[in-house]
Design a protein around this ligand. Structure first.
Ligand code: ATP
Ligand code: MG
Length: 464
């Protein structure tokens, strides 16, 4: 409703020019944002900084999202005050970050990020006497702590739609980069020269995809074009930062769209090389399994249910396992150790790219191990498995594999019934197993030509 209202507003458009030194000003009558929609803590920070004589605005995702009638995830403040000056104004403030220093102001559980206006650092313009270069040879910005004025700050932001400044006191929006125009036209557009902006920070390629998926916007063609060739630059990004970015990509509630865009732009190859290979070698199964896992994740997020990253990574990497297990078996290794070793190697390789912390790699292994154990149900085994803290995730994962067409001899249904059964029914189910010799049936995979199934019932993104 508000979105339509804002989108139908006509303000003069400046074509062919996406940055200018005089901002377009939208008064409170020209945009739908109301001061009451903003976190009261964020408003009070802005007021306090302004009263102390600094400039201060709300900026970035919160302004963009409010214009699109989306609930902002958080509220970011930009100010002319330095981190030390901000810290001096608030008792509950901490300076954080090295690559990008900023201040976290804490109000109970809410944290407002306050960043000092930054300027772009022109290439080759390193400060003299500096032994810490702020760029590397390929132009990547290593430290982004050169302060500037408001207009500089707008120019150094990534996308036009992220460079809108809202002053909750005057209720005006300042637009230096035609962001309002791009919001009306559903466009993700980098500010400045796209190639250079990606070279400065290759993570912007992931951010373009993330916002396109979240907002259902198109990536403007000049912003889209360099991604295919520059994607390998993601290899330069520290694996810990990529881990954070990957979580944002897949846990924002739009994982299916995001994944499809990552594949289309050749970015998946950079983040999950083994998965990208599985997608080439065994496209139907890989695509189905990952789509189903991600649509469950999206659904759970919509329903405010918890999602564990371990389940997500387990699903993203699983399709890369069988070929590796087979290779080891061909060298004479028995099935179970082959599976163990393939899992270990795959996770290690993946962690070179994306630093998945141990607290997630352990449960990935356990979910996978569970797949070997779920078929073995005789005697007391079934009951012992039910007691295993990883049972639920393992069972969900089994259903996920089945949803992608994997043939398991009805194992998922068996476990569904077993969980609901009474003690005596359970005893009968176990007895029937030994008579049907169905206990540890080998896994068979249906290859190629699967009917594409989408979205099983909504179970599966790990229930812990
Ligand atoms: P959301 O919080 O909804 O994911 P956001 O736009 O607020 O989206 P943040 O990562 O919180 O994204 O960043 C806040 C703002 O900082 C962005 O809107 C953008 O203006 C700027 N920004 C963030 N990362 C970069 C980057 N890599 N390059 C340039 N500007 C950036
Ligand atoms: Mg934000």
């Amino acid at each position: 409703m508000l979105k339509k209202l804002f989108k139908s507003f006509r303000t003069p458009l400046r074509r062919n020019k996406h940055s200018h030194s005089t901002p377009e000003v939208l008064t409170s009558h020209q945009h739908p944002i109301k001061r009451g929609q903003i976190s009261r803590y964020a408003v009070s920070i802005v007021e306090r900084l302004q009263n102390a004589g600094y400039q201060a605005y709300l900026v970035g995702g919160c302004v963009r999202d409010l214009l699109l009638d989306i609930d902002p995830k958080d509220f970011d403040v930009a100010t002319s005050a330095t981190p030390e000056q901000v810290k001096a104004e608030f008792r509950n403030a901490r300076i954080i970050g090295r690559r990008f220093r900023l201040v976290h102001v804490h109000f109970g559980r809410e944290i407002i990020e306050v960043a000092t206006f930054r300027a772009n650092h022109p290439q080759g313009d390193e400060p003299q006497n500096s032994n810490q270069s702020s760029r590397n040879e390929s132009g990547r910005i290593l430290r982004d702590n050169v302060y500037g004025n408001l207009e500089d700050d707008a120019q150094r932001r990534d996308f036009t739609i992220n460079a809108l400044y809202y002053d909750p006191v005057s209720e005006r929006i300042l637009d230096y980069a035609n962001g309002a125009h791009d919001i009306r036209n559903n466009l993700i557009r980098l500010i400045g020269d796209p190639t250079q902006r990606y070279q400065e920070d290759p993570v912007r390629m992931l951010r373009a995809v993330r916002f396109a998926a979240k907002l259902d916007f198109d990536i403007e063609k000049h912003t889209a074009a360099p991604i295919y060739t520059l994607a390998p630059m993601l290899g330069e990004i520290p694996s810990a930062r990529l881990f954070e970015e990957v979580l944002k990509l897949f846990l924002a509630g739009y994982a299916v769209f995001t994944y499809d865009l990552l594949v289309d732009y050749g970015l998946l190859e950079q983040l999950f090389p083994a998965t990208a290979k599985a997608l080439r070698d065994n496209p139907d199964y890989t695509d189905d399994l990952i789509h189903n896992a991600l649509s469950n994740t999206d659904l759970r997020i919509q329903q405010n249910k918890p999602v564990t990253p371990a389940f997500l990574f387990a699903a993203l990497l699983w399709p890369a396992l069988p070929a590796r297990v087979l290779k080891l078996q061909e060298r004479g290794m028995p099935a179970i150790p082959a599976m163990q070793e393939a899992a270990h190697d795959l996770i290690n390789e993946q962690c070179q790219r994306i630093a998945i912390p141990k607290r997630f790699t352990m449960p990935i292994r356990e979910i996978w191990d569970m797949q070997e154990r779920l078929p073995r149900r005789s005697g007391k085994r079934a009951d012992q498995l039910l007691e295993n803290p990883r049972f639920r995730a393992g069972y969900d994962f089994l259903l996920l594999r089945e949803s992608a067409g994997e043939e398991t001899n009805g194992l998922g249904d068996w476990w569904t019934l077993y969980q609901e059964a009474s003690d005596s029914e359970r005893r009968n189910m176990i007895r029937d197993l030994s008579s049907s010799k169905d206990d540890s049936a080998p896994r068979k995979r249906r290859r190629g030509g699967n009917k594409r199934k989408r979205s099983p019932s909504g179970e599966g993104a790990g229930n812990e």
